[in-house]
Structures are given as C-alpha cells and as structure tokens.
Design a protein around this ligand. Structure first.
Ligand code: GAL
Length: 812
C-alpha cells in the first residue's frame, strides 16, 4: 500500500517536472519525533516506531508543563541597567524548550533530479542528515537555510530518510524561542541547471505614476557557457500581462541573467493599497526549457530625507509600527498562517502600518502577509553580535556565521515590497566597545552589497556611547530604543538629521486589571502580580505611549516608532522577572497573549486610525466595595472633547489640551467616584455637537457564556483556525469583569480543539488542554479545521453558568 502511494507520488512529480521543470512541496505530515538524543538516529534503518508522530510546523515545548525550574537563571540583565545578578524566573516562558530533539521523515523524488531542502527555520543548531550522511549544520534557529542534498539521495530517488537533530542550550535566549521544526520544510526538485533558492533580485530603479522601470536579475546555476534564453512576463494582481521580455545571454562568471521592463501606470504598493506584481520566467538552455521561476514583487518608492522625514511614493508619513516577537501565544512558535493573519487584522484595525521582527528573522509567511495586507517591515537578524547577552547566545557563532546569516536573510526578503529597511541588531553590547563601529560597518556593508535599495538601522539604547563613539553616526538611519527625551540631542548631533524610534514605550498592563490609586509609576509591582490598565505604568528604562506619539507629531525629523510590543509574548515578565514566578509572559503588549486588545489598543487607535471614530471608556464599572471611592474614568478617543455622566450626573466636559502630554491624548476624569449603576461618556465633535456615546454598566451575577468567532467559515485544510472570544456575562449581557472561573470546551464535527489562552501572565493553565480559567471574565479559544468540510460545533461550559455554543463552517 505504502509502495503504491510512493509510486503515485513519483509519477506525479516526474510528470509535473517535465511540464514545469520544477516541483516544490512541503514535508508536514508523518514526522517521527523524540525529545532525546538516541545514538544512530540519523541512520535509515534506525527504528523510530516508538517516537511520536507529529505535524510540522511543530513546537515541542509549548505543551509544557510550566515550571520555574525550566528557566531559572541568576543573571544581571545589563541592558535593563542591572549591575548585580538576581534570580530571574519565567524569562523564557517557564516552558521546557531546552534540550535535544530529533525529527525523522521520508521523501521521494524522481531519479536523476537535483534536490534542495529549504528550512524556513529550525530551533536550533540544526544538523541535517539525508540517508545517514550529514548534509548541513545551521546554528541560527530563526534563519531560513537551504541545502543541496543531491549527493546523498538514493539511486532511484525513493524513500530518502531525512533526519534533523536540534539542540537548545540553556541560557540561549532572552525570550521564549520555541523548540524544534517550528517552521516549514520544503523539498525543491529541479534539473541540474536551475534557478537556485532565492535566485532572483527585482528592483524598481524608476517609479512614477506614469511608468515604472523594473529590473530583474536571475541567477541560473550549472549552465556552463550554454546559450540561455529567458522569457519573463510581468503580471499584475489580476494576472494580466503588463510587460514581457525575451532575452538571450550566456551566464558566465557568476553574473546573473538581466532583464528590464517598463510597467505603465503602475499600481503602487503601500499599506493602504498593497498592490503586487509577479515576474514569471521560463528558462531555456540551448533551446530546451529547463526551469520556470516566479517572483512576487511590488512597485513603490521609498525615500528618507534629512530634516524632513520618510516618504513612501512621494507622500510623507510616520512609522506607526509595533515590534513583535515570533511566538503566537498559545500556539507557541509553530507557525500558522491563520494565526498570523488574525494578529495582523487586529493591528490593521488599530491603524498600525509597520512591523519590526524583533530580534530575529521572521517566518516567510509573515512577510507574505505583510506584502498582501499592507504592513511595512523592518527585518532584524540579531539580538547579539560578538559580545554576549546570554551565556549560550548567538555570540558563540557570530564570527563564523554572521555573514552567511545576513546573506540568507537579505536574499530571501529583498524582493518583498513590504520590507522598507533592514536592522542589523538590537541593543548589542558591542555598541559601546571601542571597535563596535567596525562590526556595525561590516554588517551594514553586507546589506548595502546585497541590497543597495534600502537603508539600514540598528536599535541603539546606550545613547551616550553611540553619540560619542561614532557608532550612531555611521548607521544609515539612527534608531533609538526608548530614551525619547534624548532624541532631540541625537538629531542635533548626528549627521543624518533623522531619528527613528526603533523600540518605544514598554508600558506594562494586564487586561482588565485596574490598580488604585491611579498614579504614574515606574516599576510598579503589586501583590496580585499584575500591572494596571490605566496605562500609567512603565519600566525604569521606558515611558508611556503619549510621549512617543507627541514626539512623532511634533518633529518632522522624527520618522515614527515601533512600539514594544504589539502582542504580549511568552517570557520576559517585567516588572515581575526578578523572582516573580508564576509570571512567565510579557505585559508590554498592546494586545494580550489571548489576542484580546487591552485598553491601550484604543489609545493608539485614536491617534493612528484616521479612518474610523474611536471612543473607548475605561475602567469597567463593577466595583463592589469601592462605593464612594475615587475611581478615575478615562476615554481614549479621536473626538476633541467628551462629557462623563455617572448615573445621569455630569462630571463635566474634558477637552484634549496641551497642558500635559497625557491631556493631549486622553480625556480623564480623575475625580470620578464609584457608585453602582452606569457610566456614560458622550463625545462631542469639533462643533461641540454630541457625536457618539459609550455606556458601561455595573454587571449583575454571572449568568451565561457568550462565544464570538473572528470568522464563521474556515478552510477545510486541516490548518485553518478560528479564534473564539469567550465572555462570561450577566443576564443582560454585561461582561462580568472579575470572573475567573474554569471553562471547559468541546469541539465536534469538522473541526478540533486547538488551544486556549486567557492573557493572564500568571496563569499556569496549559494551552492545549480543552479547559482554561477566565481572566477578568474573558478568554480566547482556538479551533482548527479538519481536512473535511462540514459544520463545527464549539461548546463552552462552566459551573454555575448556562453554557455557550457556536456553529462554524468549514469548507473547500
Ligand atoms: C528592550 C529590548 C527588548 C525588550 C524590551 C523590554 O531593551 O530591546 O528586547 O527586552 O527592552 O522593555
């Protein structure tokens, strides 16, 4: 039976290969996995029957259990200003990501073909074996790498054993890195003469509304001095041919094949109109077709103008960006397109237009989505260069691997219109070393060599060092992490006359938690291990959102920011990282680990989303025991003024004003006094006319569960996801904002339960079990499609509540 399947696949691939000269497929199913280091595991005849069968992308550590001993460390985090070592808990999420794991799978290819394996990322120190022979080693767990495995294939191309050994050393990361084959593995089958992985480079040397010039360079390997003909069609988003060229050249001396095109009235790429094009090339050698290759690209013009700012397609704009780590909360690091798409959908709605992939190379699926959905990207490879931040961090590999890692990253993503700049690193200790500028210049030069079309930045935090030692003045775009109060000085001292907030804010908050009294505080800690959602709390090195928003608005040379962070992530639970267990996930996110927006989301939305009205009121209004006590009310809104009523009594109008940075962006009633009932905020437009109102009511007894899905139909591909927001409400539908009870889930029909998260940084509930405690009345459960169409029934139950139920569809 197995044999017949292989044969069918073989016939299929050979036929396709003759027709298209190239076949690419993913190895996702039937992987055997073990989390140990058995000897001989690379050998074809090794018995792996007792190993676990897993689907790749796979993150071996996300299933837990959480334990403070998993990542207990005694360290001083120098970049946070610490000089004495202290006990750190939850730094990498409290999950068992360290150790050694093996994966094994088989693949078939037609005999006599040339085969490369492409790993989108393997965590980490990957050793790849094919049929028992070591084919390659790649230490960086985030980077994509490929290996030509042709020499190791079986004679008939059948039943090749692929074995991958991965090792995560303790103290190798400052956040949760995930573990295993957490990104896709591709098999690429070509003829001997072919376009290698990332073999094209598209640039648009001239861009105007009337026309754009497009230059395509195609590398073709193993052609000797044969005559090569390439026919390339440029297709627009509808698949219509907008330009075509047929050229004949020899490709000798490693020079790529070059073609030029004119695209008239180009549809330019921007976050608001993410128009894409495709270059479809058919390649002939001595008159015979040998390969086909497709490159997606966009046409857009980027300019960074000293003193004036950043221009996209001739229009001035500021980066309204966020930094994100790569984990997907309850899904861990295992990549999933639907999860990424949901994250980006939430960010788009907030008005965010840019992503910094901090502090590592992204999954290619994220870059694809940024191209398609319209997000500018700053792609960043490193958190460490030659000087360590973590005992077992990348510094061990930097000297030998930095250039190879940079080249892969740059060639992989230099055709993507969403990428508008490269970053060479984040807060590297090297920035203060006397020779630091040499390392920076080595890396920046690699960027310029591989991609002269985009500038380079670097997230610098040691402002005094880099302003005086020449480091900041040699980076194309000086980028600062925090220290917004020093931007002006940097602007004055540096020759570039532009400043970017590579990392800003680091305000901390827990969704639905409000601490009293409401005062601005650095490093505030509380008995409940939460931070306040009044958005007044930050770390010793950081600040509140308002300051960064004002900086970008007030200064032409300030080109915008990347907020730390869009989403909460696993690990780095500041301000509870010093012996603060059970905290194990960040509180920096604008959106929590359960993908539920915190109040802060609406603060950014009120400034960044110019297309929609925002009127958001906080806190909730269910405070038994606080009767008669001052309980400030804030409104995040883009209306200029609003009035607060508590049970019908006016607390007066508030107007946005410049008396303080907070008054500029928030309407605040610091004197509001709690009484049971309702608060109503009425917003007024520029003419003082009532334009919109929001009411928040005191909730009664918890009564039932409400389920709301982000999509009602998902694809029946076994991979697609629906995110379902679960709310505990009273009989009238008001959220019960203090309810923390356990909710259990059942999923039946054409879907299965995938995971849940509640956004509580102290929760030790396991994501993959079909039960979770609510956090302040809410959580999110995630349901996955099967490879069959039909109805998916999701039910949620909890003691003392009427259950919730929702029906979804899964279709082809
Ligand atoms: C920065 C650092 C980030 C994160 C952040 C927390 O200094 O670059 O990776 O640690 O602080 O505020």
């Amino acid at each position: 039976m197995m044999m017949i399947r292989w044969c069918l696949l073989f016939v299929l691939i050979s036929n396709c290969l003759q027709a298209q000269n190239r076949q690419e497929y993913l190895l996702q199913k039937n992987w055997q996995f073990i989390q140990s280091d058995p000897s001989g595991a690379m050998e074809p005849n090794f018995n792996d029957k007792d190993w676990k069968t897993v689907f790749v992308p796979h993150d071996w550590a996300i299933y837990g259990p959480f334990d403070r001993n998993n990542d207990l460390q005694k360290v001083a985090v120098k970049q946070n200003g610490e000089t004495v070592a202290s006990t750190k808990t939850g730094r990498t999420g409290g999950l068992p990501y360290t150790g050694i794991g093996w994966y094994r799978n088989h693949f078939d290819v037609p005999a006599g073909t040339t085969v490369s394996l492409l790993f989108d990322g393997a965590m980490s120190e990957a050793k790849v074996y094919v049929n028992g022979k070591e084919a390659c080693f790649w230490p960086n767990g985030y980077n994509s790498f490929s290996v030509d495995v042709t020499p190791y294939l079986t004679a008939d191309g059948q039943h090749n054993l692929l074995a991958v050994r991965l090792e995560n050393k303790p103290q190798s990361s400052r956040w949760y890195p995930g573990a295993g084959l957490y990104r896709n593995v591709h098999v690429i089958v070509t003829q001997k003469a072919h376009v290698p992985v990332w073999g094209t480079y598209v640039t648009t040397p001239y861009v105007s509304d009337a026309y754009a010039a497009v230059n395509l360079k195609t590398t073709i390997d193993n052609t000797g001095d044969a005559d090569i003909k390439v026919i390339t069609e440029i297709l627009n988003a509808k698949g219509e041919k907008v330009a075509v060229k047929e050229n004949i050249q020899k490709v000798t001396h490693g020079k790529p094949f070059e073609q030029n095109f004119i695209v008239n009235q180009p549809a330019l790429w921007s976050p608001e109109a993410p128009n894409l094009y495709t270059a479809k090339s058919v390649i002939y050698m001595n008159g015979v077709q040998i390969d086909t290759y497709t490159t997606r690209f966009g046409i857009r013009d980027i300019r960074f103008v000293a003193d004036k700012g950043f221009y996209l397609n001739g229009k001035l704009r500021k980066f309204q960006g966020v930094c994100n780590h790569h984990d997907l909360g309850p899904l861990g690091a295992a990549i999933n397109v639907a999860a990424l798409r949901y994250q980006l959908t939430l960010l788009k709605e907030m008005g965010c237009d840019a992503i910094r992939t901090s502090h590592n190379m992204p999954a290619p699926e994220l870059v694809d989505l940024c191209n398609e959905m319209g997000f500018m990207m700053m792609i960043e490879p490193f958190d460490e260069w030659d000087i360590a931040k973590c005992e077992n961090g990348y510094h061990r590999f930097f000297a030998e691997w930095a250039e190879k890692d940079m080249v892969n990253m740059l060639r992989h993503y230099r055709n993507d219109p969403c990428v508008v700049m490269w970053s060479i690193g984040n807060e590297v200790p090297t920035q203060c070393s006397p020779d630091g500028y040499k390392v920076a210049s080595f890396l920046q030069d690699i960027c310029h060599r591989e991609d002269p079309t985009r500038p380079v930045t670097c997230g610098m935090d040691q402002v005094s060092c880099v302003l005086s030692n020449g480091f900041a003045s040699m980076i194309d775009i000086p980028g600062f992490n925090y220290r917004v109060n020093r931007y002006k000085e940097a602007y004055g001292k540096l020759p570039q006359n532009l400043v970017l907030g590579t990392e800003t804010s680091s305000t901390v908050s827990s969704r639905g938690v409000y601490q009293f009294p409401v005062v601005r505080k650095g490093d505030a800690v509380y008995k409940d291990h939460q931070s306040s959602s009044y958005d007044f709390e930050y770390c010793s090195w950081s600040n509140l959102p308002d300051e960064d928003l004002a900086m970008a608005e007030d200064n032409e040379w300030s080109i915008g920011q990347f907020v730390w962070t869009g989403f909460d992530y696993l690990g780095e639970p500041s301000p509870y990282d010093v012996d603060g267990w059970p905290n194990h996930s960040s509180m920096f996110g604008i959106i929590d680990l359960a993908s539920i927006p915190k109040d802060r989301y609406y603060l950014y939305r009120s400034v960044w989303n110019k297309k929609a009205a925002t009127l958001h009121v906080l806190p909730h209004w269910t405070w038994p025991g606080r009767e008669g006590q001052v309980t400030p009310v804030f409104a995040y809104t883009n209306y200029p003024s609003a009035e607060l009523f508590i049970n019908g009594t006016s607390y007066g109008k508030r107007f946005k004003n410049d008396s303080t940075t907070q008054n500029r962006y928030r309407l605040m009633w610091m004197n509001a006094v709690y009484e049971k009932g309702e608060i109503k905020v009425v917003a007024y437009d520029e003419n003082g006319k009532a334009a919109e109102e929001k009411i928040v009511r005191t909730a009664g007894k918890p009564h039932h569960i409400v389920l709301e899905a982000n999509r009602d139909t998902i694809a029946a591909d076994g991979n697609d996801l629906a995110y379902i927001r679960v709310k505990i409400v009273d009989k009238d539908g008001n959220l019960c904002p203090a309810d923390q009870r356990l909710i259990t889930f059942t999923v039946s029909g054409a879907g299965s339960y995938k995971a849940a998260a509640n956004g509580d940084p102290t929760s030790l509930d396991l994501f993959h079990l079909p039960q979770m405690h609510a956090f302040n009345g809410e959580l999110t459960t995630i349901v996955q499609s099967k490879e069959q169409a039909g109805e998916i029934i999701v039910e949620a139950k909890a003691k003392g509540l009427s259950p919730g139920k929702i029906l979804l569809k899964s279709g082809f």
